[in-house]
Ligand binder design. Sequence first.
Ligand code: AMP
Length: 281
Amino acid sequence: MYVFKTVKDLQNYVANNKREGKTVGFTPTMGALHEGHMSLLKVSKDNADLSVFSIFVNPTQFNDEEDLKKYPRPIIADIELLEENGCDALFLPSVEEVYPNDPQPLNLDLGALDKVMEGEFRPGHFAGVAQVVKRLLDIVLPDQLFMGQKDFQQFTIIQTMINQLEIPTELVVCPIMRTKSGLAMSSRNVRLSEKGRKEATLLSKTLKAAKTKIDSSTPDKVEKWAMKELSAPGFEPEYFTIVDGHTLQPIKEFSDTDYVVACLAVWLEGVRLIDNEILKS
Ligand code: AMP
């Protein structure tokens, strides 16, 4: 696997491959890679001739200095894992390489998409995410972009950005990878104790149970029930919101849309965890 630290070197490599007629699949990450990320690599390898990953802990999407400082950065293990799984190239830039000038905000109309859920609790987060993904897409110019359903609001916002800015890249969304116990894999899970990781299965259990309730209840009642479940000792839920998966806006009845998704964010042992489940599609 090639590892490129500069924009110029990566661009040369991609351009040479494109000249040979190869298609390019791109997966942006913040590192601390796990099987969830590897599932994206697998889909990339199945779809594109060349699979490029990036590892960049983007400072502009963190609204919490502590979270940025504590973000795990096991770069040697990450490179090994990518190599073992057949990644072709890794882009590993510095902050200066990604933002040679002061980061400029994008002129995007996200409407209400970034006002709810993550957008409400992490102000400025999606402006930073859109900014870094746009910059990385400008550098890599991939045919396909691979992202996880794990970050439901994120991929919806990136799809909106791609549409609005007419970026010629296809977004491919990949399913959530979970441990056997149901916990959604996340780079932040390494910050949980073993006990915490066991307890955190409450998140997926609550989502699964919510799914069984949609024929006999209302979104509002299910949300209230779930918030109570997620208020177990040690847990601090931020939100459990049932939305229309197209607009990300809360719904009044389950029949309001053909695409119903429940999304949640919960604090456990000082770690912020998110998860979601499609209740109807
Ligand atoms: P991150 O490194 O957390 O920014 O994630 C990079 C990409 O991997 C994002 O598109 C995530 O949605 C995706 N991802 C993270 N965790 C998982 C998971 N458990 N299953 C599938 N995709 C994931």
